[in-house]
Design a protein around this ligand. Structure first.
Ligand SMILES: Nc1ncnc2c1ncn2[C@@H]1O[C@H](COP(=O)(O)OP(=O)(O)O)[C@@H](O)[C@H]1O
Ligand code: SF4
Ligand SMILES: [Mg+2]
Length: 347
C-alpha cells in the first residue's frame, strides 16, 4: 500500500478551531493504484465527502486539513500552493459529485465547459478543444452529441448531465478520479450505465478511482478494495471479496447482517440504518466511537480507543476485539473474528 498512485496518510480534517471544532476526518489512510477502484462506504456524516474534498483541497472555510499527507505518485500535495493545486485539480485528479448541477456552470453551454477545461490544462487551439469536446461527448455516449455541445446543463436529463461531468472529468486524462456518490440521484438503469462507463474509461485510461457510495452491491461488483468509515475513521479496510466473505468489524458485521443476502448484496439496496446515532464529532467521547451501538462491546470499549490492527496483507480493522494485547471477555464471541462455524455472523 505504501507505493500506491494516490496515497493518503493519517489525514485529519477539521471545521473551525479550538474546543468547538468539528473533527470530521480523524486519521484516515488509504491507497489506490492505477486502474483500480477503492470503494468508500459508511453512513451519512461519516466523513466520506470531506475526505475526498480534503484530497483536492476543495474544502470551504472553516474547513481545513489539519495534518496528514496526500501523496500523488510519491509527492505530497498538501504543501503545494493554491496556484500549484490548480494545476493538479482536473488535470491529475478529477472529481465528480452526486449532483452535477452543483459542478456545472448554468450559464455556459456543455461545449463551452468541456472546451474550457481542456484549454485550461492543454496547449490547444479553441477549435481543437471543441473537436475534443465533441469526441468526449461521443465517448461518454450522450445522444445527439453535436446538439448537446450547444445546450445548457438545465436542458439535459440527470443521466446526461452526469455523462457530461464524466466527459469533463476524463477529458484531461486524470490519473485519479474521485467519484462522490456519482449515481445516487439517478434512476436504477441509468446508474448501472454510468458505472459501466466509469469502469470502461478506467480500463482504457488506467485511472485510479475512489468511489464513494452507500451501495454495497456496487462495492461488491466493482471495487477491488473497500474502506468502511465510521465517525471520521476507517474502521475496516479489506479487499472487497474478503469483506463480504468475512466482515470483521462489528459495524461492518451489523451493516451486512441487516441485508437479505449479505454475501451477494444487490445494487440499489439502501445502506441499512442501524439503531442509535454516531457520536458527536465535536466532543468525541472516550473509548471506541462505536461502543454505544456495538452489540459486541465489552468493559474496555468505552474506555480505550482502538488502534488499527493488521490482520493480513491489505486488511486492517479498528476494534479492540482484534488487538492482541487486549484481554477479551470469555463467552462473548465464539471465535477470534466473531464468526460461527457455519459462517454466520455472531450478533
Ligand atoms: N461545512 C461544514 N461545517 C461543519 N461541519 C461540517 C461541514 N461539512 C461537513 N461537516 C462535518 O463533517 C462530517 C462529515 O461530513 P461528510 O464528509 O459530508 O459526510 P458523508 O460521509 O455523508 O459524506 C459531518 O458529520 C459534519 O459534522
Ligand atoms: S472496540 Fe468494542 S465497541 Fe468498538 S467495535 Fe470493537 S467491540 Fe465494538
Ligand atoms: Mg457525502
Amino acid at each position: 500500500m505504501a507505493d500506491a498512485l494516490l496515497q493518503v496518510e493519517d489525514l485529519h480534517t477539521v471545521f473551525g478551531a479550538g474546543r468547538e471544532a468539528v473533527q470530521a476526518v480523524r486519521g484516515v489512510s488509504f491507497g489506490v493504484e492505477r486502474g483500480e477502484t477503492l470503494g468508500i462506504v459508511g453512513e451519512s456524516g461519516s466523513g466520506k465527502s470531506v475526505t475526498a474534498l480534503s484530497v483536492l483541497r476543495l474544502l470551504m472555510p472553516p474547513g481545513r486539513v489539519a495534518s496528514g499527507r496526500v501523496r500523488l505518485d510519491g509527492s505530497d500535495l498538501l504543501p503545494l500552493s493554491e496556484r500549484q493545486m490548480r494545476a493538479v485539480r482536473g488535470a491529475r485528479i478529477a472529481m465528480v459529485f452526486q449532483d452535477p448541477m452543483t459542478a456545472l456552470n448554468p450559464t455556459l453551454t456543455v461545449g463551452e465547459q468541456i472546451a474550457e477545461t481542456i484549454q485550461a490544462h492543454q496547449k490547444v487551439t479553441k477549435a481543437e478543444a471543441w473537436a475534443q469536446a465533441l469526441d468526449w461527448l461521443k465517448r461518454v455516449r450522450v445522444t445527439l452529441p453535436e446538439r448537446r455541445l450547444r445546450q445548457y446543463p438545465h436542458e439535459l436529463s440527470g443521466g446526461m448531465r452526469q455523462r457530461v461531468m464524466l466527459a469533463i472529468a476524463f477529458s484531461c486524462r486524470p490519473e485519479v478520479l474521485l467519484a462522490d456518490e456519482p449515481t445516487t440521484a439517478l434512476d436504477v438503469t441509468v446508474q448501472a450505465q454510468i458505472l459501466d462507463l466509469m469502469d470502461e474509461l478506467k480500463a482504457e485510461l488506467g485511472t485510479a478511482i475512489v468511489l464513494i457510495t452507500h451501495d454495497l452491491g456496487v462495492v461488491a461488483q466493482r471495487c477491488k478494495d473497500v474502506a468502511v468509515m465510521y465517525a471520521g475513521q476507517i474502521v475496516e479496510y479489506a479487499p472487497a471479496g474478503d469483506l463480504f466473505a468475512a466482515p470483521k468489524h462489528p459495524y461492518t458485521q451489523a451493516l451486512l447482517a441487516s441485508l437479505p443476502d449479505w454475501r451477494r448484496p444487490r445494487s440499489n439496496e439502501p445502506l441499512p440504518a442501524l439503531p442509535g446515532q454516531p457520536p458527536s464529532l465535536v466532543h468525541i467521547p472516550p473509548g471506541c466511537p462505536f461502543a454505544p451501538r456495538c452489540p459486541r462491546a465489552f468493559a474496555l470499549c468505552p474506555v480505550r480507543v482502538p488502534a488499527d490492527t493488521h490482520l493480513e496483507e491489505d486488511r486492517t480493522v479498528r476494534c479492540l476485539l482484534y488487538e492482541p494485547d487486549v484481554e477479551k471477555p470469555a463467552g462473548l464471541i465464539s471465535d477470534e473474528d466473531g464468526h460461527t462455524e457455519d459462517g454466520g455472523i455472531v450478533p
